[in-house]
Design a protein around this ligand. Structure first.
Ligand code: ATP
Ligand code: MG
Length: 274
């Protein structure tokens, strides 16, 4: 039901979007850039029978997008004790593979075409990669819903765009291995064997040999780029981006790059070991 008299219950968890509420069994979110593309994508996922994403139900009287609310557990902060569980990790790899495969062949209608963001000056280059899937690219603990101990659904498709499988896997590894300086991790994610966890994700996804070999280089390039992009978003869009920048996300990214310098070869060895 799009227009409803049921109460609005605020939802928290993400960093950027304000004003997300639950109404009955729906979620209402302010529409974003590329909303038409995301709505077409969600409709495609429904049409091909992929059940691991919210359904797009339309726009309500307040101009917000209406999505189905998906019941389950989130791993958002404070992280639950099971966040480092390796069986759950493998289930993320499997869900992500099913999702990416479900997007193959999706072409948005002309009026809903993906509009690439404008690039700030001085942005380091992106890796040259094929557009194989519609990558989700925001596989954070806050954006995954678990049921019965396995990853059940992805939410928050704001960053989805045509992209490469290796970028999708890098993003999942970034959050779930995770690929960050231990000092920047929440307690539940500290002390995990990140290279081993990258391998678990890669195997569960069925990552190609070529992608395993280029993962670390992609990680470096994406890390350098993300520092510039976060700064740019903070300056131009403000809001949650500004807050994250002021809280030091730029330094977190710089320490991530140093962590990759120290640990990249171990990650690559784990990904490619027989
Ligand atoms: N369809 C849904 N089903 C269940 N819970 C949802 C759904 N959509 C959002 N939520 C809840 O609301 C929180 C925030 O929603 P969402 O991830 O869409 O926005 P956000 O993370 O704030 O956005 P952004 O990533 O742009 O900052 C989620 O972490 C989750 O707890
Ligand atoms: Mg989110």
């Amino acid at each position: 039901m799009i227009d409803s008299s049921e109460p609005e219950i605020p939802l928290f968890g993400g960093d950027v979007t304000e004003g997300i509420v639950r109404v009955g069994d729906t979620v209402r979110r302010p529409v974003k850039r590329n909303a038409a593309f995301v709505h077409a994508l969600l409709q495609h996922l429904e049409a091909v029978g992929f059940d691991g994403a919210p359904r797009y139900l339309g726009v309500d009287a307040a101009g917000r997008e209406v999505l189905t609310f998906i019941e389950g557990e989130l791993a958002g902060r404070p992280h639950p004790a099971w966040i480092g569980d390796e069986d759950r990790l493998a289930s993320i790899g499997r869900l992500l593979r099913r999702y990416d495969d479900a997007t193959v062949g999706f072409v948005a209608p002309a009026e809903a075409a993906f509009v690439p963001p404008l690039h700030p000056e001085g942005l380091p280059p992106a890796p040259e990669l094929p557009e194989e899937v519609i990558a989700h690219l925001d596989i954070t603990p806050e954006n995954l819903i678990f049921r019965d101990g396995t990853a059940h659904a992805l939410i928050d498709f704001d960053l989805a765009r045509p992209g490469a499988r290796v970028d999708e896997l890098y993003n999942a590894m970034l959050w779930w291995a995770p690929l960050n300086d231990p000092g920047d991790l929440d307690p539940g994610l500290r002390g995990l064997d990140a290279p081993r966890r990258c391998r678990i994700l890669a195997d569960a996804y069925g990552m190609s040999e070529a992608d395993r070999l280029r993962l670390v280089e992609v990680a470096f390039m994406r890390t350098r780029r993300s520092w510039h992009l976060m700064k740019h978003h903070a300056e131009v869009e403000g809001g949650g981006w500004r807050r994250m920048w002021d809280e030091g996300v730029g330094d977190v990214i710089t320490r991530r790059e140093a962590w990759l310098e120290r640990n990249g070869s171990a990650v690559e060895a784990a990904l490619t070991a027989a």
